[in-house]
Write a protein that binds this ligand. Structure first.
Ligand code: ADP
Ligand code: F6P
Length: 323
């Protein structure tokens, strides 16, 4: 069936880069004489039929904005087939014949579910965690990495002036990619990630050794999901009296916001264009992924069942570089 009207939604955690991707989908579709219907608040808006037509001028200016102008939501009930079927009924009622979903691995599992029910769907990966299978980079990762790096650069001013240890927590509940890469580009003395189990004593010993090697201050970057929590570590380090004073900074959702970097805007634009092209070619049940420099279709079935973990060679590299 020839696609005439595309539906578009963002779902799950927001990420810088979603807006440029939505813009690219809308403008590519209109360029190809398709109509685009924006669905607000992710799957929640889908099941309530919150749909409106989007035109090229509606996305003037969103290229440089973080978040998502279509807004996003979480709807746990969307795992139920009866709720997914309600969504399908709303899509049919709005005359939508294909859907683009921009979101994280959960949202892409929702897209897979709709595709399994027979609806044409293409997904685009957005998550600052970089935990989505089938793409080397997800939308928002580069911006979040730059935000973390800039924050640590600033914290280092105080750390070095006062000869302190700063424990900096960045996002990453289940995936340490962001903390690992931020650790390398910020020159952290230690990196704590969920993929590498450590205990308080080992971390404290390493920091003590760094002090003995003549380091005047230290930065430890931790993913929120690391086995050692920054507040516990701070209490332990204070008790052990390791030579440095200790401070904790939790960056939290600050790293999820902000204007997308050039890298994220370009990746988002490429992914958005490709998503529409795939639907026009009659492809469905796939996600657009960055692989070896190209934007390629990856089966949503794989995306929904496999995990993207950070390459732990980088962990060793970080250890070498922090001597
Ligand atoms: P993210 O997309 O950022 O990973 P979530 O994991 O919270 O965020 O998923 C976002 C939404 O996607 C959920 O609230 C739900 O509506 C939908 N979703 C998640 N997992 C599934 C699933 N297995 N089947 C259908 N829909 C899902
Ligand atoms: O976007 C991914 C992520 O940032 C995780 O690292 C974090 O644990 C989670 O989202 C928090 O999301 P929320 O505050 O929306 O529940």
């Amino acid at each position: 069936m020839k696609v005439k009207r595309i539906g578009l939604l963002s779902s799950g955690g927001d990420a810088p880069g979603i807006n440029p991707c939505l813009r690219a989908v809308i403008r590519t579709a209109i360029y190809h004489d398709l109509e685009v219907m924006g669905i607000e608040d992710g799957y929640e808006g889908l099941v309530h039929g919150d749909v409106r037509e989007l035109r090229a001028r509606d996305v003037g200016g969103v290229l440089r904005e973080g978040g998502t102008f279509l807004r996003t939501a979480r709807l746990p009930e969307f795992k139920e087939v009866k709720v997914q079927k309600k969504g399908l009924r709303e899509l049919n009622a709005a005359g939508i014949d294909a859907l683009v979903v921009v979101g994280g691995d959960g949202s892409l599992r929702g897209a897979l579910a709709l595709s399994k029910l027979g609806f044409p769907v293409v997904g685009a990966p957005a998550s600052i965690d970089n935990d989505i299978y089938g793409t080397e980079m997800s939308l928002g990762v580069d911006t979040a990495l730059n935000t973390t790096m800039e924050a640590v650069d600033k914290l280092r001013d105080t750390a070095s002036s006062h000869q302190r240890v700063f424990l900096v927590e960045t996002m990453g509940r289940n995936c340490g990619y962001l903390a690992l890469m931020a650790g390398i580009v910020s020159g952290a003395e230690q990196i704590l990630i969920p993929e590498k189990e450590v205990d308080l004593e080992t971390v404290a010993n390493d920091i003590e050794l760094a002090y003995e090697r003549g380091k005047s201050h230290a930065i430890i970057i931790a993913a929120e999901g690391a086995s050692v929590k920054v507040n516990d570590l701070a209490a332990y380090l204070k008790e052990r009296d390791i030579g440095f004073e200790v401070r904790v900074t939790i960056l939290g959702h600050v790293v999820r916001g902000g204007s997308p970097t050039a890298f994220d805007r370009l990746l988002a634009s490429r992914m958005g264009v490709k998503a529409v092209q795939l639907l026009l070619e009659g492809k469905s049940g796939v996600m657009v992924g960055l692989n070896n420099g190209k934007i390629t279709p990856v089966p949503l079935e794989d995306v929904g069942t496999k995990k993207h973990s950070p390459n732990l060679d980088y962990y060793e590299m970080a250890q070498i570089l922090s001597i």
